[in-house]
Write a protein that binds this ligand. Sequence first.
Ligand code: ZN
Length: 450
Amino acid sequence: MTFGSERPRPEPGRAARTLVRGGIVVSGDPAVGDLRRGDVLIEDGRIAAVAPELPVAGAEVVDAAGKIVLPGFVDSHRHTWQTAFRGLGADWTFGQYGAVMQGALRPHYRPEDVYLGNLLGRIEALGSGVTTMLDWFNCALTPEHADAAVQGLREAPGRSLFGYCAEGPGDSAGSGDSAGSGIAAELARMREQLPGDGLVLALRGPLRSTMDETVADVAVARELGLRVSVHVHGGTGWPTGDRVIERMREHGLLDARTTIVHGNGISDDQLAMLAEAGCSVSVSPDVELKMGFGWPETGRLLAAGIRPSLSIDDCPSASGDMFSTLRTGFAVQRGLDRSLTARDFFGFATVEGARACGLEDRVGSLTVGKDADLVLLDAEDPSVFPVGAIVTAGHPGLVDSVFIAGRAVKRNGELLGVDLPALRARVLESRDRIAAAAGVAIDGSGAPAG
Ligand SMILES: [Zn+2]
């Protein structure tokens, strides 16, 4: 529907004012707090007021009685193109993920497959309350693949950022984000399609390229005014050696427009470097635990002064919704040291995600002046502590309504204007073709040694 802070076109014939009335409001804004009963007034797509009771005058009313009203979730990193293979990677190590997803399946993706994966993945995320999502796209076998990925996001209702892991002409299809050069022309081409803050450089980085190439790639991003998102984590060898963060800092590559994905195993002194540079960090609890990156670093990041955002990461190894990510991440940190609260985690999934996407002025909390990206959750049960209920007991089946800049994209549990059965059928066809071409058994029986 829309990219970055772009405003979606207003719906023809729709009232300019909407009053979301009588809900349990979890604003995510410390100045507003939680309201046992509250109204949210939307004017021209923006939040105009949040208060216990607001006048209805001239507004279309959305009845939120029995619902929790919250800011939409922000997923700061997801490889959406892999959506069709959900569950396949449940038992994968990171090595097996590389061998099967990147090595075996990826070369058989056509632009049409990328389009379908991104479209369904974005729609599913939206249906579960992810209003903003950064698609970390690392299947750019050709420019047409990148165009198809953007098209999938564009057709899905929701606010997206396209994290483009461009591959240079020397890159070999199927080997992952391998080293190469010459991404500048391709990134500039994408910049013409996505001129605002909806385009991000998904950096191959020190894991997939040399430090010289990393320096050159970041220079291109800065030239084009792009944020940078880069994977740095344990559980894998680094072609550029250890102390990757320190080396990036030496080259002047760390700043407030940089997001480190994962961050597991980064030493305390390097975490301090990230904090000093103002970098954000995206934690993907499910994938990090299951693939052996180490414990999610939520607690250590906080100790270093960094409030992380949350992300789904690889669709074959994790669910597509933020609730399960919240629950895993929260339970792990509580298990480790009980240093964090449910409200902390709620913030990671909302306002910190917005910050990691450079959109903290526009989304992430129910704050006057921000875009009205909000979610209504069924709360018919006794939700005595709404934030606790969201984090510990939320699930996609509770998502009643979703609004993007005040525009309804899901109401009464139904996505609007989306033929999900037809789309799913196309995705399954695409998935079966890819799996057959790659010789990968989709029942999970064929995982290689890892
Ligand atoms: Zn990732």
